[in-house]
Design a protein around this ligand. Structure first.
Ligand code: MTE
Length: 318
């Protein structure tokens, strides 16, 4: 099915003329009624919309569990799903890792669009399900290393970021990529409570880093669609960098000529630099980065340069 471009701001769209909560509820109603009945009477326009939404949703759900790509494996035990899913950093909801799971559950992540903007030819807002359907997904097992010196090994589902970059068609001026997460402080109340943070969360990389084979737009984990606490419905995963670079719940990607600012670097430039490549030899100003604690097993391991992905990324920094 052809990829559907979501109309731009100057084109009439129902979510621009309807309160968002009403719009989301109506979409939920349409999906539900179509899923259970399929033949309930709706006027022509609404029916076309429901069929399209249901078919993309159904098609995407049917992609799980995706096939594992054996080129991306880790010779360490996998972190248990329940452990990884109950210990999260997602400051939009709360700064208490053990509570994110609970607090984020009711956050609605469908429908969801990603806007492509800046120095690229194919600007616009695109439905994430349609993108997933076009690009397909695979499973990759990656190490994941947080700057706080804990780590995990998890199977992500998703597609390489370079597919989305090619789709966006960056121009010659594009040197960097900046990604933004959502801003919905009524539902994600951490955005209200921690109002000294420069919301929305934003992160950036050089364009050639973003094109690296390891950079993935993850849409799922443990063979299932992404749960909210891990960054539903779509997040970045760049496993050779500290975890905070792997921005969750992305709504916009912007191509720029200049190096963009980033969330943590804006907050504390001395502690969090733009590159943030995992490096055991460079301590954080407040703690060592030489070792890492595997969540779940409690094992302490030596941290590896580029988190063990030296072969794939070292050439980017020579
Ligand atoms: N993305 C957003 N939007 N908000 C966040 O607070 N936290 C980052 C990163 N992405 C964060 C984010 C940090 S600090 C880490 S370690 C990882 O998400 C944690 O990912 P996980 O909860 O899936 O393990």
């Amino acid at each position: 099915m052809a990829l559907v471009r979501v109309p731009r701001s100057w084109e009439i769209r129902e979510n621009l003329v309807t309160a968002e909560s009403a719009y989301l509820n109506r979409r939920h109603f349409l999906k539900t009624t179509a899923a259970i009945g399929g033949s309930l009477f709706l006027n022509g326009g609404l029916q076309a919309e429901s069929e399209e939404a249901v078919s993309d949703r159904d098609a995407v759900q049917a992609l799980y569990p995706p096939e594992w790509n054996p080129a991306y494996r880790v010779h360490l035990p996998m972190t248990e799903e329940a452990v990884a899913g109950r210990y999260n950093n997602f400051y939009e909801f709360t700064t208490i890792k053990e509570k994110v799971y609970e607090v984020a559950q009711s956050f609605e992540t469908y429908p969801w669009t990603i806007e492509l903007d800046g120095h690229c030819e194919n600007k616009g807002r695109f439905d994430v399900d349609a993108l997933i359907r076009q690009f397909g997904i695979e499973e990759r097992v990656y190490r994941f290393r947080c700057v706080e010196a804990w780590a995990m090994v998890v199977p992500w589902s998703g597609f390489p970021l370079h597919k989305l970059i090619d789709f966006a068609m960056p121009t010659d001026k594009a040197q960097y990529v900046c990604m933004y997460a959502f801003f919905r402080s009524e539902e994600a109340t951490g955005q209200k409570k921690q109002n000294w943070y420069p919301w929305p969360y934003f992160e950036g990389m050089r364009l050639d880093e973003a094109r690296n084979e390891l950079a993935v737009m993850a849409t799922g984990i443990y063979g299932k669609e992404m749960p909210v606490q891990h960054g539903a419905p779509i997040r970045l995963v760049v496993p050779w960098k500290y975890g905070y670079k792997s921005i969750k719940s992305v709504v916009k990607i912007e191509f720029s000529r200049r190096q963009p600012d980033t969330f943590w670097n804006t907050l504390s430039p001395r502690e969090y630099d733009f590159w943030s490549n995992v490096n055991p030899a460079v301590p954080h100003p407040r703690w060592s980065q030489a070792t890492e604690l595997m969540i779940g097993s409690g094992e302490r391991l030596q941290t590896l340069k580029y988190n063990g992905y030296r072969k794939q990324v070292e050439h980017l920094y020579s």
